[in-house]
Design a protein around this ligand. Structure first.
Ligand code: RUB
Length: 320
């Protein structure tokens, strides 16, 4: 798929979910590297950087996207020829895609161990990492059931209930505002993440923080399933995660909105759950308390820190 097509599909949410977005961007950069010709290595690098910028600008919140782009672009490395640069990008993209899929599988195994036989789990939105844990628990013979929220306004809950249904897992489908009514029937919350900041705050689909507050009040544990590339390196230097605000027409049709000139629709796509509401973040490197987010950033994504003091001759993706 071309970079333009991939960018459009991410923007329109045909491709959605932080992990899938990251892999789609990596695939697109790999295909672009294979299809791009340039007379010199710097010219090739410039074309790759244009593609990388286009993809990164599609959705602002999921940190998996710039992280994936950064990892793939690091494949340019110290290449001296176009062929070397192309090979480097293809190799790093393939490696990222493969390790991302393996990460989701590992998280499923680790996360499933936190689910007990007989548990009822509540999930919000549609996260392949969170669903992986639930499906793995079911696959290993635990008798579980799930509450899945609707997820207004884009109804990602419909994708979730289809997946759970196909896996043969008993599921109750509820509107977002019913979480508090059912919280005492729930043993564990499992959600995914679009970003994890250095202080362990979790950015995920709008409504996640309400679920977390409700869970805390009812003493129900909350687990976040998140690959290490969902952690945000630049938050170490104080950069904030931008919360995407999508068009109001996703919430209220333009036809009705036109009749209400004093009403403005606000449609933030994500919210922030503070670390104290999260019991554990399950990553492919193991489960950590959210307060250990810094360690994941330092050990797995340390390049984010370097970038703020870039050396003129080194650093991933800076040479060609
Ligand atoms: C998706 C969402 C998901 C995370 C994690 O939002 O909030 O919970 O992206 O998903 P949107 P995954 O539908 O707006 O992209 O575990 O699949 O990466």
């Amino acid at each position: 798929m071309s970079v333009d097509e991939t960018a459009e599909k991410i923007k329109s949410m045909e491709i959605r979910g932080a992990g899938r977005i990251a892999r789609a961007a990596a695939e697109s950069l790999r295909d672009h590297a294979l299809a791009t010709n340039a007379p010199t290595c710097p010219a090739f690098k410039q074309k790759m950087e244009q593609a990388a910028d286009l993809l990164t600008a599609t959705r602002p919140t999921a940190v998996s996207l710039p992280n994936a782009v950064h990892i793939v672009m690091a494949g340019l490395g110290p290449a001296k020829t176009v062929e070397e640069a192309r090979f480097g990008v293809v190799q790093s993209a393939d490696h990222f895609i493969q390790s991302s899929q393996q990460a989701v599988e590992k998280i499923a195994q680790f996360g499933a161990r936190h689910i007990r036989d007989g548990d009822t789990i509540l999930t919000h939105c549609n996260s392949e990492a969170a669903l992986g844990c639930i499906i793995e628990a079911h696959r290993t013979g635990k008798e579980i059931s799930v509450f899945a929220t609707e997820v207004r306004p884009r109804n990602q809950g419909l994708i979730t209930i289809r997946t759970l249904n196909d896996a043969g897992i008993k599921t109750s489908f509820i509107v977002d505002s019913a979480v508090r009514s059912f919280i005492h029937d729930v043993d564990l919350i499992i959600v995914g993440a679009d970003a994890v900041t250095v202080n362990g705050a979790v950015v995920n689909k709008i409504g996640t923080s309400q679920v977390a507050h409700t869970a805390a009040e009812a003493r129900v544990n909350m687990i976040v399933a998140a690959e290490t590339y969902k952690f945000a390196p630049r938050t170490i230097m104080g950069e904030l995660i931008e919360i995407e605000e999508r068009p109001g027409s996703e919430v209220l049709s333009d036809e009705i909105a036109r009749t209400l000139p004093n009403v403005t629709v606000r449609n933030p796509a994500f919210d922030v759950t503070p670390a104290e509401f999260v019991d554990l973040i399950v990553t492919e490197a193991g489960a950590i308390p959210p307060q250990m987010a810094y360690v994941i950033i330092r050990d797995y994504l340390g390049w984010g820190i370097e970038e703020f003091n870039p050396s003129p001759v080194s650093g991933p993706g800076t040479r060609c």
